[in-house]
Ligand binder design. Sequence first.
Ligand code: ADP
Ligand code: ZN
Length: 764
Amino acid sequence: MLLPDTMNDESAATETPIPAGVYADIVFDRPLDHPYSYSVPEELQSEIAVGKRVEVPFGRGDTGTTGYCVRVHEIPPLRAVKAIRKILDEQSLLTDSLLRLTRWMADYYLCGWGQVLQAVLPAGVRDQSGTREAAFIQAVPEADLPAPLQVLTPKQSQTLEHLRNADGPMEQRHLARLAKVGAGVVKSLVEKGYARKFTERVEKTTLEADLETVDHRALTLNAEQQAVWETIEAAVNTGGYHSFLLHGVTGSGKTEVYLRAIEQVVAQGKEALVLVPEISLTPQTISRFRGRCGNVAVMHSHLTDSERGAYWRGIASGHVQVVVGARSAVFAPTRKLGIIIIDEEHENSFKQESTPRYHARDVAVMRAKLENIPIVLGSATPSLESWANAERGQYSRLDLPNRVEARPMPPVKLIDMRHEPRSSGTFSAISPTLERAMRDALGKGGQVILLLNRRGFSTHVHCPTCGFVANCQNCDLALTFHRQRSSLVCHYCGHEQTPFRKCPTCQTPSILYQGMGTEKLQAEIEQKFPDRVTQRMDSDTMSRPGSHQRVLDAFRGGLVHILMGTQMIAKGLDFPNVTLVGVINADAGLHMPDFRAGERTFQLLAQVSGRAGRGDLEGQVMIQTYTPDHPSITLAAKHDYLKFAELELAQRKEHQYPPYQRLVRLIVRSENEEAARNFADLLAGAFREALHRADRQPPQSPGVRLLGPAEAPVYRLNGYFRHHFQLQSSSPGLLHQVLREVLAVARQPSNVEYQVDVDPFNMM
Ligand code: ADP
Ligand code: ZN
């Protein structure tokens, strides 16, 4: 763990003696900053607490600024400090464990602690949305009644009786309603000393955490599941940090093992945290957890601020036993966490692409260490980072190499698109071989899933006469034609424009709309299978809450025969009647300038193949490809993760990529092309200088390599010109040391920004 000495660097000495007193260290929502000490005025000393927000004078002109209190102490600082003006929260927003976790994140991801806190605490928690101030009335016990007692009117004594019959305090308005009296009657009970009044914040609405009534009984584990479970059970019962990497093929029954672990933890009176990718938060998944595990809070991105706030408060007050959620659920303020489970641990969506650029899996592992509890990372296709950690012995590997009930893995056939016959010159997305297989599967009553990882209609709009290509005006990215919206759309920045009828450059009307997206695929399938019901699932059709569920329900119920879509359909779905999975273009992601392109392709193909043959009917998979010899494709077709990991790791080692070296990517961007280039050169130069210090060169140290600066693969994005460079080293400690040293003094011009991405995923 990296702990920089940022806590006490108020170094300048002063002549005036600093008075003894109470001090608070405050952090702000600013990059790479250290805590600032403030004195706590006497009248605020009983209220100040770690995890509350405060208003303090800050910066030039002592502007009132909001910060987070991260420490309260009595150590007089070395020089005079200013005083806190106001305390903004009634209760601390953070648990001790979150405080330590966010501190680690700020250090590791090289950003401000205050920035992390600002990002981690949901808006609904900060502004208490969804709560209201409520007045409560509590009966005074007989022994404490004042003497002499004042007489009560009949209405008042009736009301008092209602109050005394209640279990405890009652909300004032509920009491008044129950006793059928006005607020004045309740007030006089308080005035006469029979009752006390206090206020408290309560939820405006109560969340129905447990709507599911479906009975999900535990299954009898098979021998392999049993062996895995016994290992995890021992860790759960002993307690203490232990990380497991559960490598289980698709359909091997990993979830059943998670459920056992959760039940065990809940039975011990502790809580469980389950992270899954956002797209796996399907009603099917949720109902499996809800049916088995007590009070389950589900944290997904469709929650409103007040719902999120309500869950947060519910978790913090101990009303929730199990938290299931996407990336940010890793910060759930549980009180007594007993286990963390991460399903599909290899998923890229666990990496956040804005500050703090954290990876929820890595944060979860650190959280498990800090809270001293077990953690299980599960996947059919573990990330190579986790796989290497298991090989190094940092994680204990657990295996489920077979599907449950001895179901076979589906046979996978590669269709070599270079040699498929074309029907009469027109381009079609599905080859004759795939089309035949679809007719066959559908004819036997099976269902079909088709994967095409590109949305829209045409992905490439260009003029064959002059070479014009329709690119976004803000980005170096091609515009995609969306037929339903009748619009050309940039998938990065959202820019839209009306489609061209003729070429805007040479004015010829020959402009071509080529390239295959899911919209075009759907049109082709509807035309070829007019008597079948088809559904498309991508972020265009699935933007409304609930739409996902409707389509999946229809597919499960057999009302839809062919389901097609982007990676959204590739993962986690469990439909027993799917007998054919087709992949339209397996090469789509293979040729990106990204060292993880091969890994991603393998993962996607292995995951989508896992959707076939999950029930009693046997399934098969057909993958269309122009590179049928690429190892990512051949090994996915053989379901051979072990071989793939071995080959790919050897490559990574040779090229010194993660997991053998740590990578940090810096992106410098500006709307001014010149300014971006200059500052990138300057910053990279500062790094080069820092690296050339003798003690940082091998053989004294493992060394740090600097690659770049260069134009980013997507040079212009959202109107910004972008340069990047990378630092890499086998020693994360050394890497961070160099970064801190240089970034602490880096001052960019006002029209330039830079981003630091530790363990980057996006290389574009
Ligand atoms: P994975 O998450 O590994 O892909 P799941 O946990 O979703 O696999 O399990 C796949 C299917 O097998 C589910 O329908 C589940 O109910 C079923 N299943 C799991 N364990 C068993 C078992 N021991 N016996 C019978 N069916 C099981
Ligand atoms: Zn754009």
